[in-house]
Design a protein around this ligand. Structure first.
Ligand code: GDP
Ligand code: MG
Length: 438
């Protein structure tokens, strides 16, 4: 190993675990990013607390800076909070499955009725749509337009002022006609009010929907928490559909809504057309909310090439001082794989400067000579280099076809390196060494 590499290892020691101190920067970055994504402040606070408790004491791969390791943990945590995935409409095998859509005005309920119809039609199921928004004058006609476009029936009673009665009659009709699915397009208001909530409650009581979905506008920010909380208190929600995620919105509202309702996020709407409905994918959404794709990708890659078990074995060896020239050789052989060094160095902060040196012909010649020299040693010499006197040195050099100073240099380097490694093993040095092994 070059002197430069040794000192780089040295400067990277002591960063082995996430501590309150070294997490602070990372937590700040994450918090800022989530607030910018419009996650509600209180939800961000809860989340940060949860993540820092989880991350504290976690091992940092030596190839990563603490904040990178933290972002990786945050990303995984986001995925687990946003899940589970459940895009099923849970259709019953008998009788119509009643799906009720609710949400604030303009959130996308009526459009989503069309999108769900399209989805069902692809399964050869023709739903009956019920026009239960009697608040907006044009709402009934809007649903009829969608029904004509998609060739699905729409039930409406233009002169009836009671949405509960309309829903009941619509469901009865679906039952009488043997429809598999009936979707209730309910009214919204610009903001939550008691009248809306009591109306929804009465519909819920009267027709007992099988699935109640809250439709949320993905562009809403801080308000999302309050309204979702109210809807969830009033109705027993079965899922959330978030619309308008085709724009710039980073979708932080989704995390807020998930946090307050706890129900699965079923779909996301990504456009005005009927086919713009996608099953929810937590990975994509976590990335979008966090917007630290580069860091996450680097961290994933670093974790991918580190085999935990091998790493622990090597680290134990190093810590106990059992690390031999044979282990060193194995390490070198793996490092000597073409291209790996560069990739590895690219992942290691502060190591980029060594990339060229380590990938140079000279370095690879050096590594080959080192491996050759160790190969020329007996097993005893490999585990106990102290016994290698001048006589043995000459023998080894001749066997490996190298000059004697190459062997002396190797033994000297190993002498310096071994205690260094031993001291660092507890501090996460093994991670880096494991990377060297691949
Ligand atoms: P409702 O009041 O809840 O029934 O909302 P609407 O279904 O009438 O939708 C309100 C507006 O949002 C309409 O202009 C829709 O075209 C639009 N909209 C709904 N969903 C989406 C979506 O996923 N993406 C985009 N870009 N627009 C949407
Ligand atoms: Mg509507």
């Amino acid at each position: 190993l070059s002197d430069g590499l040794q000192s780089a290892f040295k400067s990277l020691s002591g960063k082995g675990k996430l501590t309150e101190g070294n997490m602070r920067d990372g937590l700040d970055i994450v918090q800022k990013s989530m607030l910018e994504a419009d996650v509600s402040y209180s939800v961000v606070q809860d989340f940060m607390k949860r993540v820092s408790e989880k991350a504290l004491g976690k091992r940092v791969l030596l190839s990563l800076r603490p904040h990178e390791e933290l972002v990786n943990i945050v990303h995984s945590e986001l995925i687990s909070i946003l899940g589970p995935v459940d895009p099923s409409l849970h259709l019953k095998s008998e009788g119509p499955t009643i799906i009720m859509l609710c949400g604030l005005q303009g959130s996308g309920k009526t459009t989503t009725c069309g999108k769900l119809s399209q989805l069902l039609k692809e399964e050869n199921i023709k739903p009956l749509l019920v026009a239960a928004d009697l608040q907006r004058p044009a709402a009934i006609e809007q649903l009829h337009v969608i029904g004509r476009q998609l060739d699905v029936p729409v039930y409406s009673e233009p002169d009836n002022k009671d949405p509960v009665a309309v829903c009941k009659a619509g469901v009865d009709k679906a039952r009488a006609e043997g429809a598999r699915v009936v979707i209730l397009d309910t009214a919204g208001r610009l903001a939550i009010d008691e009248e809306l909530m009591s109306e929804l409650k009465r519909i819920d009581k009267k027709v007992s929907p099988d699935q109640v979905y809250l439709v949320v506008d993905g562009m809403t920010g801080q308000d999302a928490v309050n309204s979702a909380g109210k809807f969830n208190e009033t109705l027993e929600l079965d899922g959330v559909i978030m619309t308008k995620l085709d724009g710039d919105a980073r979708g932080g509202a989704l995390l807020s809504v998930k946090h307050v309702t706890g129900v699965p996020i079923k779909f996301i709407g990504t456009g005005e057309h009927f086919d713009a409905l996608e099953p929810f994918r937590p990975e994509g959404m976590a990335g979008r909310i966090l917007q630290m794709g580069d860091i996450v990708a680097a961290a994933r890659e670093a974790h991918r090439i580190v085999d935990e078990k091998e790493r622990e074995e090597l680290e134990a060896k190093m810590a106990s001082g059992d690390f031999t020239l044979d282990d060193f050789k194995n390490m070198m052989e793996k490092v000597a794989k073409p291209g790996l060094m560069g990739r590895m160095m690219g992942l290691m902060p502060g190591m980029g400067q060594f990339k060229d040196v380590l990938e140079s012909d000279e370095a690879s010649k050096g590594i080959k000579q080192t491996i050759g020299a160790i190969n020329a040693m007996t097993m005893e010499e490999r585990s106990n280099p102290k016994i290698i006197d001048a006589h043995r040195r000459t023998r080894i050099a001749r066997g490996a076809g190298v000059q004697t100073p190459v062997v002396s240099q190797l033994i000297k380097q190993f002498d310096v390196m071994k205690p260094l490694m031993q001291g660092m093993a507890g501090g996460g040095m093994g991670d880096r060494m494991k990377m060297m092994q691949q």
